[in-house]
Design a protein around this ligand. Sequence first.
Ligand SMILES: [Zn+2]
Ligand SMILES: [Zn+2]
Ligand SMILES: [Zn+2]
Length: 186
Amino acid sequence: MSFLGFERLHASGCQEFAELSTHSLGGCTGRLFCVAYRLSLPVISGNVYQKFYTQFVHARCTVCKTSSSIPTLCLLCGTFLCCNSECCRREGDGGQIFGEVTQHAQVCGFGTCVFLQLSNSLVHIVADGFITCWGSLYLDGHGEEEYNLSRPLHISEVRLQQLMQLMREVSFDFESRLKWKKVIMV
Ligand SMILES: [Zn+2]
Ligand SMILES: [Zn+2]
Ligand SMILES: [Zn+2]
């Protein structure tokens, strides 16, 4: 592929990128990342939710330097975000208000963001101005969701596979159980 300016195409579980060669693009070098069809959720690690959660107890948003009341993680890239929060909102040209998750969706996922609310383990999806609650990747001993985190929650491999498939196929629209609402601010 070097005649196109790409030295090598790398692909692994969590990232894919093309190495740009030095000579064929007028001295440009760098990496071209492919973010669309990720094959895994590199942010999710470990088995027990409570353990996963403790990694982020002291996390702070890089924009406002605080931990908002709804601390949230982008599952595509791991960015710590302030969900539905005044601190990191921005006003658009038309006066509309964009929360940090919506802003992040534009730069991270072409308008889509799959994110985890740390305090209750729920995964939400925003896509082009609409939002839906997908559910939790972690379940209690009875195989049920538990939003108070009062019982140990373990990763559900079945759900992990379901979410990854949904993201791979970008098939959110076809999942009939998902109820979409227009985003007011997120
Ligand atoms: Zn992201
Ligand atoms: Zn923030
Ligand atoms: Zn903030």
